[in-house]
Design a protein around this ligand. Sequence first.
Ligand code: ATP
Ligand code: MG
Length: 583
Amino acid sequence: MTATTDKNTKTDETATNSEKNDFIRAIVRDDLASQKYSQIVTRFPPEPNGYLHLGHVKSICLNFGLAKEFAGLCNLRFDDTNPDAEDQEFVDNIKDDVKWLGFDWAGEARYASSYFGQLYDWAVKLIKQGDAYVDLQSPEDIRENRGNFGQAGKNSPYRDASVEENLQRFDDMKSGKYGNGEAVLRAKIDMASPNMNMRDPILYRVMHQAHHQTGDDWCIYPMYDYAHPLSDAIEGITHSICTLEFEDHRPFYDWVVDKVGFDKEPHQYEFARLNVNHILTSKRKLKKLVEDDLVSGWDDPRMPTIAGMRRRGYTPEGLRDFCDRVGVSKSDGVVDFGLLEFSIRNSLEHVNRSMAVLSPLKVTITNFDEAVANVETLKKDSVKTKLDNGVLWLTQPKNSHDDSQGMRDIPFTKEIYIDKGDFEITPPEGYKRLSPQNPEIRLRNSYVLKIEEHITDDNGEVVGLTATIDPKTLGNNPEGRKVKGVIHWVSASLGKPAKVRLYEQLFNQEDPAKIDINNLAAEINPNSLREVDAIVEPSLSQVNAGERFQFEREGFFVADSKDYSPEHLVFNRIVTLKDSFKP
Ligand code: ATP
Ligand code: MG
């Protein structure tokens, strides 16, 4: 089966119509062909200590994508072993984000915390087998005695305590007789192992802290490295996929699964994490941006969180396409941000079009009344118009690619706004828009306009234009001359004021590894958010929050999901129209 599960968007077709062929899919194909498994089971295991980000999108697309492609299952499991930083708010948002991306998990969402009882019993089993002991050394001594890369660790004086003593101490840990940091349960492996992760790693620590799922039931909590392989085994995970930094943890993963003893063992596979230039993909660092008020929240449209990207107007199709294009590999690299924008832009090709003037310059059409008076006799059949009280209503499809979207009425009036950038008194070379030397241009969906005069203020800045329209050019080419260029415009009297937010990279620094986390305020691009007062087509006051548009010649925009209302129009720029990026 290929990944082409739905063909609703162009990007799905282009990016995934050939079978994906990365090393993980090769392993899965082999495992299914050799009947090692009749069905694969993967999992996505976020810790609910923050919002998901672009890096997680890759992991989600991989884990849920594999299940979809190979008719398997993918679980959503909260790895909630550290109540300190975790919260129900994060649990809820993570679920919501996974669904929004277009994936669903097998059965109910799962929690490592719902296995705490089982994990505890297995810890007791390890103690009884002589594979675990309670260490009462101070945290400093534990660290000191662990040694380092060139130097073996030292055995703890508690390492050879009897099974009975260890059982008693572990029970004491559980019943709250020790304070935080006074006791830990450790695996008994090898303090001289060249792999630091095998030097008697900690399985449980004391934490007198309530948990978002289990309340006050526990004052000891398992470590991630202990809970994770066992949670995988409990759920019958076949392919446990994580990022490369866990490669050195795999021997311990296997040790735990083996010592507890399962018929069917999960296997861990590691792939390269996603790094994208200009973008931070670390929950911890993103949290700092939020906590230091450097952004408006986890869903600030400049944030690479799923919440932020959603609000920015990115599409799930675009994000999935991006992950497909990046692929899955075993070597670290940094992906160009342009590729992300490329995928997003592709996914937006078919959204409805609209006109918005971001930097308004008023144009008074001096011959408006005479020019439109005879519109009924002059217009072509294909042009639908209605003249009403000084307003010429031009009816246009909302979407030239898709008739089912219906029509919209655009009012054309004596005074209109065009963009300041579309008129220059002294145009630079190659300038194709309006200037005294090139006074004629087509108004999109409307007539050919000819500039007569420009009005300047005391500083010489152009503050208004007067112009005429050629009455014969509605839906027709002008006679006897060629007019190059088309510009967008909005009625001055009937257009609606709107706030338009223009976004750029949050960080100018290209290499995410070089973004100074201790000086984030100084790293922020001061132009990352610019809000302009725009005038938009009146139809944009009757759209839904979250609806996406192409503003003609300006880019792709979305009605802000939080701040947009029919009385208060707010749009976010999703992405500009063109980029030189070639994937
Ligand atoms: P962070 O450092 O941002 O907190 P994490 O790995 O600690 O990331 P988890 O919630 O534990 O966050 O991650 C859930 C899953 O997402 C893990 O399997 C992890 O490997 C994967 N993941 C996290 N970041 C990336 C990334 N940049 N690229 C690919 N996968 C990632
Ligand atoms: Mg983590």
